[in-house]
Write a protein that binds this ligand. Structure first.
Ligand code: EPZ
Length: 427
């Protein structure tokens, strides 16, 4: 079983460039199904992540050809003719649900099972199904088998989302791109990844506008063609590195980012007494011991991102004073808390609220990652802790962070990936 071995206590220092956004690449890969021509799609600088490989396996299973060309991916989707997404892959990765939109747009048919993914709380897909039905899809759900069968080429329509769901917004845009007629999506999610998807689709000949605002309009077109695209830098990975600087009382510059995407985090770090400097596409955070933050609430963009809640909680365990975190997006997203307590953190959770009493020191321990961002929180805590930590179930972390130990070592951290008995390096 692979694990991370961490010896904490050193302040991180240096510059690092972040990779392309996982949560952009996945819907962009799904969108490639809408290109029926033989023209190639080139996606630049695609990180080597577990979820990306899983989505590529799904696309090739549907008839696409996908090749790596250095950091880039080359996609050929002319021969896509299968609408059935294999169960094993579907259960692995929640994002596969947004294959429904492009499969209906491309083949007028989709067969999938209920998506799996991180155990961060109930993750219903009612908004996806209701929206697709509004765009003309006939959908049958076999609760017993956990299968979803959908028919019918989308037609334009008006969808009012009850909640600005990221995935539902993406799925509906993808269904609307080649629909007969025009579509309006209201109360849409405003995350940067939606803007990224719009930019990609429009390069391939789609007519999508309004992404980044609550109202998105899509003019249906007959089909898409090839093109080349570079997704946005990963704002969650960037935020994780900046929080790593804060918790270790170091100074780190993330380069090649879009500072606007990090506003909620930078405002909060400033409130907690860290020094925050923005220069073009580089952001530097330097910190001594943080001050507690009276109240932080996770919200849809541009609110504080739920994906940075676990790493921030890890930081607040060592802050001076008591902080309160309210998790509005995913009710059960506190799987990191029990593990942080093993390192000496003082955190009380009641429902969606965590109260964090800052302590002076954390101690290394053996801890287990329960999901992607909870895992990132444990890595940060271990980097700041006294002594050695073993972090288990790292496959969760590798779903969203590319070669994390190497990246952190380039900032002076002592962290190693250990396979079974073979030690990658000794302290
Ligand atoms: C996306 O998930 C991200 N995943 C998540 O990142 C992120 O946490 C989330 O958006 C919120 O920002 C990807 O982009 C692949 P939602 P998604 O639909 O689309 C409820 C990570 O760590 N809801 O906006 O699944 C839902 O239960 C991952 O990288 C419904 O009720 O998020 C949740 O409470 C984790 N019905 C809320 O909306 C629906 O049909 C937000 O979900 C859909 C969602």
């Amino acid at each position: 079983m692979s694990k991370y071995l961490v010896r904490g206590g050193l302040p991180l220092a240096g510059k690092i460039t972040v990779h392309g956004a996982k949560n952009s690449i996945l819907p962009v890969l799904a969108a490639s199904l809408l290109n029926q021509t033989g023209e190639q799609i080139r996606l630049k600088k695609v990180p080597s992540l577990y979820d990306v490989r899983a989505m590529i396996s799904i696309l090739t299973g549907l008839g696409a050809q996908v090749e790596r060309d250095g950091e880039d991916l080359l996609l050929q989707t002319a021969n896509v003719d299968c609408y059935h997404v294999p169960e094993a892959l579907m259960r692995e990765m929640r994002s596969s649900i947004f294959l429904m939109g492009p499969l209906l747009g491309r083949l007028g048919r989709a067969r999938l099972c209920y998506p799996g993914g991180c155990k961060i709380g109930l993750r219903p897909i009612n908004l996806h199904l209701e929206g697709l039905r509004t765009l003309g899809a006939v959908i049958e759900v076999d609760e017993k088998e956990g299968y979803i069968e959908a028919w019918g080429r989308p037609r334009g329509g008006e969808v009012d989302l009850d909640y600005p769901s990221v995935g539902a917004t993406e799925n509906l845009i993808l269904a609307a791109v080649t629909a007969h007629g025009d579509t309006v999506i209201r109360n849409a999610a405003c995350e940067p990844e939606i803007v990224d998807l719009q930019n990609f689709l429009n390069i391939l000949g789609a007519k999508v506008e309004g992404a980044g605002s609550p109202v998105i309009k899509v003019k249906g077109v007959s089909g898409l063609h090839g093109g080349s695209y570079n997704v946005f830098p990963d704002r969650i990975v960037a935020g994780t590195f900046l929080l790593a600087a804060a918790i270790t009382r170091g100074s780190v510059t993330v380069e090649g980012v879009i500072p606007d995407h990090l506003k909620a985090l930078l405002r909060l770090l400033d409130q907690a007494g860290a020094s925050v400097k923005v220069a073009g596409s580089a952001v530097t955070v330097s910190a001594d011991r943080l001050k507690a933050v009276s109240r932080v609430e996770t919200k849809p963009y541009p609110g504080f991102p739920t994906d940075l809640q676990p790493p921030l909680v890890a930081c607040l365990t060592l802050a001076r004073g008591t902080s309160t975190m309210i998790e509005h997006v995913f009710k059960e997203r506190f799987h990191h808390v029990s593990e942080l307590r093993k390192m000496g953190a003082q955190i009380t959770v009641r429902g969606r609220q965590a109260v964090i009493n800052g302590v002076a020191v954390l101690n290394g321990a053996a801890v287990t990652a329960a999901d992607l961002r909870a895992g990132a929180a444990l890595v940060l805590a271990a980097l700041a802790a006294k002594g050695e930590s073993n972090i288990l179930e790292i496959h969760h972390i590798e779903r969203g962070y590319e070669r994390l130990p190497e990246a952190l070592r380039s900032l002076g951290a002592r962290i190693f990936r250990v396979e079974g008995v073979r030690e990658e390096a000794v302290f």
